[in-house]
Design a protein around this ligand. Structure first.
Ligand code: PLP
Length: 408
């Protein structure tokens, strides 16, 4: 066989949210029951698609159009519906032509970075949902460039850090915002979003906002969509239904392009993404057909309200449990459904790890710990997996120098 060559950096691609599952399965194989706290799958967390939504989906399965290809950009009526939904909020206006569907937002994220030249960098948050940082780093074949989210300031972005990095690194062409945020559970106030826009304006940058958790906020908080603050700046919002409906198996997400004619480069990027979708033919049609029917249904608003109240209650419990523990940093969450716990420096020590009674579990852990250059929080997470059969994700796997873990 001729030599099969991988792109430089390709072998470094990892996704610990699922990578950890391999280890957890080894524990399960020894007869233990796992508590899954690693992945943001609402169905795995016992949320259920309500019966009225299932009926809408079942009815669609009886229609012939459900079995055809969709328009490459996505079902037109759905794109019209989503454009109207955006426009009704009064921010930057779009038409159906500015919306492009993908097979899940993960797919959209992978495509987003693919067509930029490697030296065109998007600066993203740290910690960050690792699909973004991995996809960006893969396109650049270089370490991600990040701005800090500050656990000592309610996980708000460190704007000075962002400003200085943008100022002194001319290869940065865009800023990624995740709002509400995964993994921190924070929702950014309007002033923070405006500060992002100000920096984008000064350095003529593209703004990208992952807003998949836009409608998952609680305890009186609502998330301001980026479209409300960008004015005439070029921007992309990333949205999806995996968490909101909750239907992650639908593999359905979309991009909204704002002010796509504001620069030739941005307009070309939007067109290229559309062409790429055309080459691929189209994205899954069933969830696209379901979106307007579900969102227009009289039960939808109440469903979301109740689901959010439930997540808010869990967030309150976490605050009660974790609020006053010395040696950790914990900020009560406002959106999405993750909590991130950060250990103070020097707190994580190997000799304090939990004892393991079962020899077979200990043997498993010993083999896992052979991994090279393992951050201490990953060792802690492996220890927790073996000692308590709880599966969480180390925060070092979210493109961060902090040491801690995320629970779902
Ligand atoms: N963006 C963020 C911030 C997420 O947390 C997730 C999933 O956890 C995704 C995108 C991916 O969503 P999808 O299921 O649509 O691929």
């Amino acid at each position: 066989m001729r030599q099969l060559l991988l792109r430089p950096g390709a072998e470094e691609l990892t996704y610990e949210i699922r990578g950890i599952v391999k280890k957890a399965r080894q524990v399960e194989a020894l007869g233990y029951t796992m508590t899954w706290e690693n992945i943001g799958d609402p169905i795995q967390k016992s949320n259920r698609v309500p019966e009225w939504m299932k009926e809408i989906i079942a009815d669609l399965l009886k229609e012939d159009k459900t079995y055809g290809y969709a328009d490459s950009k996505g079902v037109l009526e759905t794109r019209r519906f989503l454009a109207d939904l955006n426009n009704a909020r009064g921010g930057s206006q779009i038409t159906a032509e500015d919306i492009l569907f993908f097979n899940g937002l993960g797919d959209a994220i992978a495509k987003l970075y693919q067509f930029l030249i490697p030296t065109a960098r998007i600066i993203g948050p740290s910690p960050a949902y690792s699909t973004h940082s991995s996809a960006e780093a893969a396109h650049a074949n270089a370490a991600p460039i990040t701005y800090k989210l500050d656990p000592d300031n309610q996980w708000l972005p460190d704007m000075e850090d962002l400003y200085l990095k943008v100022r002194y690194n001319p290869s940065i062409v865009g800023i990624l915002i995740i709002n509400p945020d995964n993994p921190t559970g924070m929702v950014y106030p309007r002033e923070v979003l405006e500060a992002f826009v100000k920096i984008a304006e000064e350095f003529n940058l593209l703004l990208i906002s992952d807003e998949i958790y836009q409608n998952i906020t609680y305890n009186g908080i609502t998330a301001v969509p980026l479209a409300e603050v960008i004015g005439d700046r070029p921007a992309i919002s990333l949205k999806g239904i995996s968490k909101e409906f909750p239907w992650p198996g639908s593999r359905c997400g979309w991009m909204e392009f704002y002010n796509r004619e504001s620069s030739i480069e941005f307009s070309k990027l939007c067109q290229t993404l559309e062409n790429a979708k055309m080459i691929e033919v189209c994205s899954t049609i069933l969830p696209q057909l379901a979106i307007p029917k579900i969102m227009k249904h009289p039960a939808y608003f109440k469903y979301r309200e109740e689901a959010n109240a439930q997540i808010g209650k869990r967030s309150d419990w976490m605050r009660e449990i974790l609020g006053d523990i010395p040696g950790i940093k914990f900020n009560p969450t406002q959106g999405a459904f993750y909590n991130t716990i950060v250990f103070d420096e020097g707190v994580l020590k190997e000799d304090q790890f939990l004892p393991i009674q079962d020899e077979k579990l200990q043997a498993l852990l010993d083999t896992w710990l052979l991994e090279k250059n393992m951050p201490m929080d990953k060792q802690f997470v492996y220890n927790l997996l073996a000692a308590e059969q709880i599966c969480v994700v180390p925060i070092s796997s979210f493109c961060s120098d902090l040491r801690g873990f995320r629970v779902t």
